[in-house]
Design a protein around this ligand. Structure first.
Ligand code: NAP
Ligand code: HSE
Length: 428
């Protein structure tokens, strides 16, 4: 029986998941593709590191050439992360006619075009299901099952670490710094957790969802990105009181050739299905012009869910159906809108000196900038400063920013404590 030999670049969280799945699910994998698989080499950085995995020491190497020059290795699985040397190793593997599977969203979002072109010129397959929403098979669904649709909207919770942190902050009323360590210990967080909490990771995933959904190459700099570091237990309390949960959402929408691409903390109604997606779970909403609304839910991070997506890609390659899909192939001209042109509802919390007339002055500035208010809450008296919380109707971001600039010059205004966008759902 011919075995398919695999070179595994990386034996961390995801690499361990891939190893364990290939070992524990041998029968299922054989039944599904008709081949046995063997990890023939494992590239790591530190050969002396103690590893909680039963791979023989003879498989490990710290020299990539041992993988590259092994002609029996037909598939290279890149789960080491980072841009370089991961990119160099992937390109060299493709040049050696090896198929590649990667979970590296940062790399694909920033250098995808080069990787796809190299795969195409070498006639090898390049699959990356694990790069977005871990174990949820969202990319193959867009590429295959939904390929007869025009995708109008994709909106999701695509970062497990921040969802875990926001869930804990909501339940236990703690600051995010206290929870980040737990997410790191569970293997959800990136090596540099700034990628998670400042939403770079979610922006990378949105870029990938965007190019598959809308058919254009998405420049990362055109994605509006805002992380969760400014979210406080106070905002979470206000959200709850107003009937909302706060989630870090990645949102892509297309209308008349104009595309919105944005990642930011978002108020969503408590009865919205995304509001109850807790812990490290991910969920993605999709709206196709033929299929209508769909929602996908599952584990977005961790060894086994992510390993599941990687192994699925390996099997797709073996079954020779890992279709090569080149994203920048829309025949229509499409542009990514600037954030200033985007319209949203907003939650705006302003700390003011509690003096008569201040509410009127602020409301007047909103009005002058064409921002219409839906509700206002004032809490706390007998303190020198109070929070005024405004919810707006749908307004242009540029107008809201203009109002805020003017509000900041009102003498009694101490600070704009927070501004969080409000989404009411896929149909809004
Ligand atoms: P990780 O736990 O940090 O593991 C990285 C592995 O790659 C380690 O085994 C490391 O070797 C090896 N490595 C790193 N740089 C190397 C180099 N220059 N040369 C040789 N080996 C090197 O990372 P991870 O969490 O598994 O993530 C891997 C990739 O999957 C990343 O792109 C990440 O964004 C993506 N991803 C992760 C998850 C998740 O839940 N963790 C989910 C989806 C996608 P040592 O062991 O010797 O240090
Ligand atoms: N750091 C990422 C997350 C890993 O928390 O979602 C999965 O891509």
């Amino acid at each position: 029986m011919e075995k398919i030999k695999i070179g595994l670049l990386g034996m961390g969280t995801v690499g361990s998941g891939v190893w364990n799945i290939l070992k524990n699910n041998k029968d299922e994998i054989f039944r599904n593709c008709g081949y046995e698989m063997e990890i023939a080499k494992i590239l790591v950085k530190d050969l002396d590191k103690k590893r909680n995995i039963d791979a023989p020491a003879s498989l490990y190497t710290d020299d990539f050439n041992e993988v590259l020059n092994d002609d029996e290795i037909k598939i290279v699985v890149e789960v080491m992360g980072g841009i370089e040397p991961a990119k160099d190793y992937i390109l060299k593997s493709m040049d050696k006619k090896k198929h590649v599977v990667s979970a590296n969203k940062a790399l694909i979002a920033s250098h995808g075009k080069e990787l796809f072109e190299r795969a195409e010129s070498n006639k090898v397959m390049f699959l990356y299901e694990a790069s977005v929403a871990g174990g949820i098979p969202i990319l193959s669904t867009i590429k295959e099952s939904l390929s007869g649709n025009k995708i109008e909207e994709v909106m999701g919770i695509v970062n497990g670490t921040t969802n875990y942190i926001l869930t804990k902050m909501t339940k236990d009323k703690v600051d995010f710094h206290n929870v980040l360590k737990e997410a790191q210990d569970k293997g959800y967080a990136e090596l540099d957790p700034t990628a998670d909490v400042e939403a770079y990771d979610a922006a990378h995933k949105l870029a990938i969802l965007g190019f598959l959904s809308f058919g254009i190459n998405i420049d990362l700099s055109s994605i509006y990105r805002e992380g969760i570091t400014k979210i406080t237990p106070v905002d979470i309390e206000y959200a709850k009181e107003l009937g909302y949960a706060i989630k870090l959402l990645a949102i892509g929408k297309e209308q008349d050739g104009e595309i919105e691409m944005r990642v930011h903390p978002t108020f969503i109604p408590l009865d919205h299905p995304l509001a109850s997606v807790g812990d490290a779970f991910n969920a993605v909403f999709l709206k196709g012009n033929a299929v209508g609304d769909l929602m996908f839910y599952g584990k977005g991070a961790g060894d086994m869910p992510t390993g599941s997506a990687v192994v699925g890609d390996i099997i797709d390659i073996i079954k020779n159906r890992g279709n090569i899909f080149y994203p920048s192939n829309s025949r229509k001209k499409k542009i990514v809108k600037s954030m200033e042109e985007t319209t949203c509802k907003y939650y705006i919390r302003i700390v003011v000196k509690d003096k008569p007339g201040v509410l009127g002055k602020i409301a007047s500035e909103f009005g002058k900038s064409q921002v219409s208010l839906s509700s206002v809450i004032q809490k706390g008296r007998k303190t020198p400063t109070v929070s005024l919380v405004f919810i707006t109707h749908k307004s242009k971001e540029g107008n809201v920013k203009n109002a805020i600039d003017n509000i900041l010059s009102i003498e009694q205004v101490v600070e704009i404590a927070n501004l969080i966008r409000v989404e009411n759902g896929v149909d809004e």
